[in-house]
Ligand binder design. Structure first.
Ligand code: DON
Length: 565
């Protein structure tokens, strides 16, 4: 996560890169405004590539997939083919022949290899779920993007690869953000990662050309043979050989068996809009659903924005909503008590335990105890005036995931296994203590916090939001929805406004760092009994349709670009 002092620099860089490479536009004042399509994501090269595809007549799915494939080249710390994620999509039926016309979500989350079970990590090194071959889940990203394109793509699949392959083959100049991410990820690097991303024991310096010929070869195979090229054949063999050589237990059978899953979104009414949220195996939708319901019941909007009273309630609500996270897991393996925790009765009970004056604590719902982070994920939002919308969050979990990069094709591999309850009662890298429903099991997906989301009015998606940031994703998206829908601030303001984050355990109120809050506000929160700690926050990428214009914005806390026409 980046400091708040860099956004202007980053925005300028975005403008310069786009200006040099493409005839496109990028945010000069925020939010960026356009009338036909808006795109926002972390990487300027990728947003520009997405704009190119839109100019060629690609739909929102073609655009989002091109952004993602470009980031798989330019941002291997979070967007590698060796990761996974979730997408929320709506392509109105008038725009496509075989789509449902409704809102759908695609789960292309990694799964646990066949050789793993709930005891897998107990007799291994403490960092076995974070680093090396034992940390790697079976990647879902190539299957996910192929599935999305098969169902919704408009342009030919091969067109999405032109810019990414060119950037891999001829190279691109790494940025300051890339350098920072690589410093963090290098703590776990194997020799192959060091060979590709470092020189003389240091990440490539900003401005250095990074050429990835072997990755270009993998992308060419994917372009010519679709996802099959990844899950069967040379790339699959490369992954298995590399993971095994680094101490893991993935097999060719694990890769061949991988399947993405279409899932119905969670749906709720809030502030006169229909909100669509990501269901399990993400916990994001469930927690946001509960929190928005409590916000409404407690009439939080009557409190002055960013006052101690408002922030206190938001913290207490976030704590209660996160408390139920420990009950959740992969719905294909466990039963999630959604009927209970999303019920009006349960929400009302939670609300009754909140005092406007002081902090009140509740006992855990599952076996838990309390715990630092260094992680990477990213998000792409696309919205068109004709109602096409894509919200897609994807990750390797930590920066460069497990630190393992494959020997033949140079593909960085995730450490998503650390999102399981690997050691009951112990906190993971995000301080999350998880429940039994999230135990490791062969073929199972680890619980996630990724929260691609939509809001819809009169049948048209008018808000697309999402964020990276581990559990802080949830409070980032919650705040964007709450601020923009309830208080009506523009989408840029909704993203940049200071946030608080509470995830139940550890029992702390995390507040936005870098002096975003006045000392008086912090003192007021402490007076109400909060243990306050300054912290990084999730990075929002969101687009809103307002008064006939598309408005896109990204978070000044990190990298970003917005474009469209
Ligand atoms: O799925 C999850 O919840 C995590 N693996 C996401 C990690 C993340 O967002 C890290 N980014 N800052």
């Amino acid at each position: 996560m980046k400091s708040a002092s860099e956004p202007i620099y980053r925005r300028q860089i975005a403008k310069i890169i786009l200006g040099l490479l493409f005839v496109g536009s990028v945010a000069e004042a925020t939010p960026f405004k356009s009338s036909k399509i808006a795109i926002t994501a972390a990487c300027p090269y990728a947003v520009a590539a997405g704009q190119r595809i839109a100019e060629k007549g690609g739909n929102a799915v073609d655009v989002a997939l091109t952004v993602l494939l470009t980031e798989a080249v330019t941002n291997p710390s979070f967007a590698s083919l060796g990761g996974g994620g979730f997408a929320m999509v709506k392509i109105p039926s008038k725009n496509i022949k075989n789509g449902s016309g409704g809102v759908e979500t695609l789960d292309f989350r990694e799964v646990a290899p066949g050789a793993t079970d709930e005891k897998y990590y107990l007799n291994k090194a403490k960092d076995a779920s974070m680093k090396g071959g034992t940390a790697v889940g079976v990647p879902g990203l190539p299957a996910g993007i192929w599935e999305l394109h098969k169902k919704y793509g408009k342009l030919h699949w091969s067109e999405l690869f032109t810019i990414p392959i060119q950037l891999a083959d001829k190279g691109f100049r790494v940025t300051g953000g890339w350098y920072d991410d690589t410093i963090q990820g290098s703590k776990r690097f194997d020799d192959q990662s060091k060979l590709i991303f470092m020189r003389n024991g240091e990440p490539l310096k900003p401005g250095t050309l990074l050429v990835q010929k072997r990755l270009a070869k993998a992308l060419n195979l994917l372009r010519n043979r679709t996802a099959t090229a990844f899950y069967k054949g040379q790339i699959a063999q490369d992954i298995v050989k590399t993971v095994v050589a680094r101490g893991g237990h993935m097999t060719l059978k694990d890769l061949a068996a991988y399947k993405p899953v279409w899932r119905d979104p969670l749906k709720m009414t809030y502030g006169g809009r229909t909100i669509y949220l990501m269901p399990p195996p993400s916990s994001g939708g469930v927690v946001i659903y509960e929190a928005l319901s409590m916000i409404e019941k407690m009439k939080v909007k009557d409190k002055a924005p960013l006052s101690v009273d408002e922030l206190h309630l938001l913290g207490e609500i976030s704590k209660r909503a996160f408390r139920t996270r420990s009950l959740l897991g992969d719905p294909d393996f466990v039963t999630n008590p959604l009927d209970k925790i999303l019920s009006d009765a349960f929400i009302s009970e939670q609300v009754k335990t909140i005092s406007a004056d002081k902090v009140t604590d509740l006992p855990p719902l599952a076996d838990e105890k309390a715990s630092k982070e260094s992680a990477q994920t990213s998000h792409i939002s696309v919205l068109t005036a004709t109602g096409e919308a894509v919200s897609m969050t994807f990750t390797l979990n930590s920066n460069y995931g497990s630190g393992v990069t494959t020997d033949e094709f140079g593909i960085a591999l995730n450490n998503e296994m650390d999102d399981f309850t690997t050691r009951p009662g112990e906190a993971n890298q995000f301080g999350l203590v998880q429940g039994a429903n999230n135990n490791v099991k062969a073929g199972k997906r680890p619980l996630s916090s990724m929260s691609p989301s939509f809001a819809e009015r009169n049948g048209q998606v008018d808000l697309v939001a999402g964020a990276p940031g581990g559990p802080r994703i949830i409070t980032a998206v919650l705040n964007i929805l709450y601020r923009s829908i309830t208080t009506g601030v523009d989408i840029d303001r909704a993203i940049q406004m200071p946030r608080v984050h509470h995830q139940y355990l550890p029992n702390k109120l995390y507040v936005d760092a870098d002096y975003r809050f006045a000392p008086e506000t912090i003192a007021g929160l402490k007076k109400k009994g909060h243990e306050v700690e300054e912290s990084w926050m999730g990075l929002g990428y969101a687009i809103q349709l307002k008064d006939g214009l598309l408005e896109a914005a990204f978070d000044s806390r990190g990298d970003g670009a917005a474009a469209g026409f």
